[in-house]
Design a protein around this ligand. Sequence first.
Ligand SMILES: [Zn+2]
Length: 227
Amino acid sequence: MKSPSPEIPEIIRTQRKSFGLEITPDGQLIVRAPKSASDAQIKAVIAQKAAWISNARARLAAQYPDRTPHTFAPGETFWYLGDQYSLHLVDHQRPLLDLDGSFHLAQQAHSQAKQIFIAWYREETRHITHKLIVDYTKRFNLKVNRVRITSARTRWGSCSGKGNLNFTYRLCMAPLEVIEYVVVHELAHLKVPNHSRTFWVEVAKMYPDYQKQRNWLKQHGYRLNLD
Ligand SMILES: [Zn+2]
């Protein structure tokens, strides 16, 4: 299990008045902080909670013993649309990476494997979310401003007050129905910015079977990464 340094947490600034710390199943530290918190304050909170952080990581490592970090060695598996495919290195190839029953990566690009996989996942996620957004915005008469594919480690998607949607490149590792739920979730935020009852009613209107997909993400989401 990888232990990311506690000095590089994902920081989420919210309306809350106090700090909240969380360790994701892959060991990433998330700090929820008040909007007004300074970087120095955040650092101080992390330093204060160092023992708690390392205990939480140790507990998680015991709970998820099957997590081995990716080294991009031949035979390692990578997720796409809810299935896992093994990696093969091939002699020369354009594009450098493609999926055809298994992932094929050009040998000469092996040292940049991670960046190449990220670029590949990014394009797939862009393509899949685009189709879903076009479909749902037409059906439910919604208006999206801009869509970005990010490298967020812990959030699958987000929606800004200006109608901009963000999705992490990791999203296309999930089954298509799960991706559909995440897209619908963010589209529902165009109508309701919080997670109130009204929000979930909107989600259910667009995607009645959402609870099953939400549970899948809660259960398996921590495995969908390139770490
Ligand atoms: Zn949400």
